[in-house]
Design a protein around this ligand. Structure first.
Ligand SMILES: CC(C)(COP(=O)(O)OP(=O)(O)OC[C@H]1O[C@@H](n2cnc3c(N)ncnc32)[C@H](O)[C@@H]1OP(=O)(O)O)[C@@H](O)C(=O)NCCC(=O)NCCS
Length: 153
């Protein structure tokens, strides 16, 4: 029984208590990770912040902002050792479901042009390019543009 339960990832509201683990993952998977303060601010702003745990281990998380009929996916992350196992797709489905439930009709996100893995995930999910934000991201030298992608909910 416990073996079965262990294999089912659990989506839960993120809390301050999760942040040590969240930041530990964040620091290993991004060149310019969010800080603990960025996550704390998102919790205080009451954004939709969720963790995804498998057998108690934090496998992924997302931060979603929903307002005025639009949703914005601010962060979507999967632990390096668990990537390419369907968790990113599952988290994206959960985020889209929450956005829809809260009345959003479109889901937006930004992605680095150099982030081919994330772009492949989003395009497979049905996202389409709508804009480019020039110099949106910090980069090792200078700034990097952001591709703005959207999905009709
Ligand atoms: C992007 C990210 C969330 C994807 O999560 P994931 O759990 O690996 O995604 P999935 O296993 O659900 O992948 C779904 C599909 O996306 C595409 N994809 C995912 N990772 C890929 C990669 N490294 N290279 C090419 N395609 C990839 C594939 O089409 C994949 O399907 P397949 O495995 O059947 O070929 C994860 O790689 C991650 O956390 N990266 C670091 C943080 C990040 O870049 N977040 C997004 C910021 S915008």
């Amino acid at each position: 029984m416990s073996a079965v339960l262990k294999d089912v990832p659990l989506l839960s509201p993120m809390t301050e208590r999760d942040l040590d683990e969240v930041v530990a993952i964040e620091d290993t998977i991004y060149s310019h990770p969010w800080t603990r303060g960025n996550f704390s601010d998102s919790l205080h702003a009451r954004y939709e912040c969720r963790t995804w745990r498998l057998g108690g281990q934090l496998v992924g998380y997302f931060v979603l902002m929903v307002a005025a009929g639009e949703a914005h996916l601010l962060n979507l992350s999967v632990r390096a050792s668990e990537q390419r196992s369907g968790h990113g797709s599952a988290l994206l489905r959960e985020a889209a479901a929450i956005a829809r439930r809260l009345g959003a009709r479109s889901l937006f996100l930004e992605v680095r042009p150099s982030n081919h893995a994330a772009q492949a995930l989003y395009r497979r999910f049905g996202f389409r390019n709508v804009a480019v934000r020039r110099g949106y991201y910090p980069a090792h030298t200078g700034r990097e543009d952001a591709l703005v992608l959207t999905l009709a909910l």
